[in-house]
Design a protein. Sequence first.
Length: 141
Amino acid sequence: MKKILTIAAAMLAISACSGQNIEPNATPVKVASLAGNSPITDVRPAEEVSVYPSRGTAIERTFAHQPPLVPHRTTYALSTKKNGCLTCHDPKKAKRMKATAVDVSHLKADGSFNNEYYFCDQCHVAQADNKQAIIENAFTK
Ligand code: HEC
Ligand code: HEC
């Protein structure tokens, strides 16, 4: 019993010390982010969620060798254990799944998949009906 009390007292002491000192009149921290500058004390409504096409037809490419945009949702499993994208885009399965096979550049000389291309979303992004403000960039073809 005494031991339990000692432990409880020690835990109380630790928790009493670990509390942060909150400055009541602290000026709000200004965070400059892509979503705009807003003091973190502000409560603002969440951004509208992007809407992805549910069934895709290929989206026209804007320049040669552009990784084509994904014309469907991208929530398929994509981890070291499972690649849901290859379920349809693997050259051996693509025809049956009515999808385009991965580009030949994604294959090794013997025709097997080159794992350097494993994480598809590194290069392929979904085309979404995106309600968020467009971020300017200086890309030219
Ligand atoms: C259920 C099957 C299926 C799965 C799973 C799937 N796709 Fe697709 N994908 C399709 C179909 C069907 C199309 C439209 C036909 C086409 O262009 O290949 C398509 C189109 C694409 C295209 C456009 C091809 C082009 O030439 O414009 C890309 C890129 C793509 N998918 C990438 C992905 C990625 C990345 C994943 C995983 C996150 C994925 N797909 C998972 C069926 C699938
Ligand atoms: C390192 C970047 C990169 C990664 C990773 C990558 N791709 Fe690609 N992919 C490209 C590029 C670039 C092209 C266009 C090739 C060209 O036109 O020269 C392409 C083309 C494609 C195409 C169209 C092929 C055609 O014949 O029109 C499909 C489908 C595709 N990729 C699916 C995938 C899938 C599925 C994965 C993951 C398993 C993946 N890619 C991973 C860069 C990438």
